[in-house]
Design a protein around this ligand. Structure first.
Ligand code: GP9
Ligand code: MN
Length: 685
């Protein structure tokens, strides 16, 4: 009896299960049947965006990026949800309108990518004055088949619509007017997709999304639709920021430049390099603490050491970057302005007027150019370099880049310099005097491609009395250790470049300038190990040890110094060959170098170090400042003295006030476009 009962129960369960599945299958079928138009819209638009990644970025993980597909689907489902608010017969118009917009996004980006290996930005619309050939480029390219393929999606949608209409489909589904309910349900589905998408994101994804300049990366992780939406918002934000407060900003600006102590005037270095050619090296992540450093008798940076020993070396020099890192240092180096308080000047404010070193040298008859073998749109350099006055920006497309000669972000420095030399030789032949900025790339975080940097030991080797060698790991395997290996490579590349210039006779009439763009953002604990190594335990000395010197917050901040060197071939042993130890910031380069080369930027925020000397203050974007006497931490309102003498509170307060004012004026100059001559004319000045 029991057996019969059990069997009966089993059969009953099975039947219920089957009915449920049939019902579910039926429901799914029903759903598909009733929502053909919405589903077609979603599928077609996701195919389009996937196609864009495929045709642009080519690699499998790019176009089949799970994150991007999920992101695109979320956006399209979200847009599609509102289609349900319309009566079925009107829905097609809604989906068609959006499919045209989304298809246009794909097409425009497809055309743009062909030319610039990057994705389009609406902020570029206001930049057409700088990139005159965009228009021609688009016209010439418009008929490429791959740019038209996206049109298949809206055409397919039209076909779907015609077929549905023939089948009287819209009338059939009209019977169930549950429009609001469907909208809410579909929006909820979009919400679930969004949560799933957000869960897949890493902190790197999020930070890159907000910085917005690494466009390929954002499209790869967030899809083209979110990229474009974010682009619209970040492009509009600066406009909103500048809508209110112009008059106040202009008044503060006038007061500032009228009342400040300019430390103007000539000095013994005025015009010493007038008319000479200039090569400027932007040394990626080059830091001063490596200068003179050796491991087992081997110099980490023999080339930098040579330049520092033979030229004018500013050993107390700071970069003043904010989130715009490389681009911020290029901004401050070229214009003597500070990075903006929000966004980055290069990306968010590229349509403002800037007075760059090349602008001023162009007026003096120089041919000016910049070179960087990375994608021209990185940090929006394509627009900003032209804006700052560079007559030609040589970027990735001007270099031969192959798999073999890439390290890290792109073309390795040795190859970059080699190929640049050929270009400079030609420039030199064609121009009476020239000025060129070369931006290095290989020595870039995370310094992990150690096998490509060549041999450089960062261990500690000791020879014992019996002649045997003991090797202690020391910095091997640490990030700082890998940084030294990478820097050693970059330094060697620089050495080859200088040799190459010399061989071509290009050093005879040339001033060689080098700045480190910012510190390498290395862990404090690695410095603690570098300066407190205990070989017995292969770790940091105990803090009780009399030789232990903790590398604290202030040591770390002071250790972020970068080299600034002015060198010529014949400087060694002359009165120009010395070390200047006054605190100096990137914003002091324009006035200092300008005095030597014979140009002047009236709105430079820094000073000629040979006029301001020991009175100089270096301000940082976070409100910290440093001078010869102390390092001030604005977050904690405390400081670390650098000299024995007593420092009055009054002096500290006045320097802090100076810092805040300078940061405000700098930000206003950029946000309110205060250097724009046309705007000033309009307001009657
Ligand atoms: C990008 C390179 C590095 O082209 O200059 O930029 P960073 O990450 O240092 O700002
Ligand atoms: Mn950099």
């Amino acid at each position: 009896m029991k057996i019969v009962k059990n069997t009966f129960n089993k059969i009953k369960k099975e039947i219920i299960k089957r009915i449920k599945t049939i019902k579910r299958d039926h429901l799914i079928k029903q759903y598909f049947k009733n929502n053909v138009l919405f589903l077609s819209f979603v599928v077609l638009m996701v195919i389009n965006s996937t196609l864009l990644r495929f045709l642009c970025m080519h690699s499998i993980d790019n176009y089949l990026s799970f994150k991007a597909i999920l992101a695109d689907t979320t956006v399209v489902v979200f847009i599609g949800a509102f289609g349900y608010l319309f009566k079925p017969k009107n829905r097609f118009a809604y989906y068609m309108a959006f499919s045209i917009v989304l298809t246009a996004i794909c097409m425009i980006n497809s055309v743009y990518y062909t030319f610039y290996t990057s994705f389009a930005s609406i902020s570029m619309l206001s930049l057409t004055q700088y990139i005159g050939d965009v228009g021609d480029a688009v016209v010439e390219n418009v008929l490429q088949l791959k740019d038209l393929v996206y049109l298949i999606a809206p055409i397919a949608l039209i076909i779907v619509h015609i077929r549905l209409r023939k089948k009287n489909y819209y009338k059939k589904i009209e019977i169930k007017p549950e429009r609001k309910k469907m909208t809410v349900k579909t929006l909820s589905a979009a919400g679930i997709l969004l949560v799933l998408f957000l869960l897949t994101l890493t902190s790197l994804d999020v930070s890159r999304f907000f910085k917005q300049w690494n466009k390929e990366y954002i499209v790869m992780k967030f899809g083209i639709y979110i990229y474009q939406g974010n682009d619209v918002i970040t492009s509009i934000q600066p406009k909103i920021n500048s809508m209110f407060g112009y008059d106040k900003a202009k008044k503060n600006f006038n007061d500032y430049f009228e009342n400040r102590n300019k430390y103007d005037g000539t000095n013994e270095y005025t015009n010493i390099f007038e008319g000479k050619n200039v090569v400027v090296i932007h040394g990626e992540s080059m830091m001063s603490n490596a200068i003179g450093l050796t491991f087992n008798g081997q110099e980490v940076t023999p080339t930098l050491n040579k330049l520092a020993n033979e030229g004018m070396y500013f050993s107390n020099f700071y970069s003043q970057v904010s989130v715009g890192t490389s681009s911020d240092s290029e901004l401050t180096y070229n214009t003597s302005l500070m990075p903006t308080k929000s966004g980055t000047a290069f990306v968010s404010y590229s349509d403002r007027e800037y007075v760059g070193i090349p602008d001023l040298l162009n007026e003096k008859g120089y041919y000016t150019f910049s070179m960087h073998a990375n994608n021209a749109d990185f940090w929006n350099r394509r627009a900003m370099h032209v804006n700052m006055g560079y007559q030609r920006f040589y970027a990735k497309a001007d270099y031969e880049v192959s798999k073999e000669n890439v390290i890290g972000l792109g073309l390795n420095d040795k190859e970059f310099f080699k190929q640049s030399l050929e270009k400079i030789e030609k420039i030199n032949a064609d121009n009476e005097k020239w000025y060129g900025l070369l931006i290095m790339l290989t020595n870039h975080t995370p310094f992990s491609e150690v096998d490509k940097y060549g041999e450089f030991d960062v261990s500690l080797k000791e020879t014992k009395e019996d002649g045997t060698e003991v090797v202690y790991p020391y910095m091997e395997g640490t990030k700082l250790g890998n940084y030294f290996k990478s820097l050693h490579y970059a330094d060697a590349a620089l050495g080859e470049f200088i040799e190459g210039l010399d061989e071509r006779g290009l050093l005879e009439n040339t001033v060689f300038v080098l700045y480190g763009d910012h510190d390498a953002r290395l862990p404090r604990k690695d410095y603690n190990l570098l300066y407190n190594y205990d070989k017995e335990t292969n770790s940091v000395l105990s803090s009780e040890d009399p030789n232990y010197k903790e590398y604290d917050y202030y040591q770390y901040e002071l250790g972020r110094k970068v080299p600034f060197i002015i060198w010529t071939k014949d400087m060694k042993g002359t009165e120009l060959n010395f070390i200047n130890t006054n605190a100096m910031g990137m914003y002091d380069v324009v006035p200092t170098l300008g005095n030597m080369l014979g140009f002047k930027n009236e709105y430079a925020l820094g000073h000629d170090i040979y006029n301001i000397k020991e009175n100089n203050i270096v301000v940082f974007p976070n409100g910290n400042w440093v001078n010869n006497k102390l390092y001030y931490n604005s977050q904690k309102a405390e400081y670390m003295p650098l000299v024995e003498e007593a420092i009055s509170e009054e002096e500290i307060n006045s320097n802090t006030e100076y810092t805040n004012k300078l940061l405000d004026v700098s930000n206003d100059i950029i946000v309110f476009n205060l250097l724009n001559k046309d705007k000033n004319k309009e307001s009657g000045e």
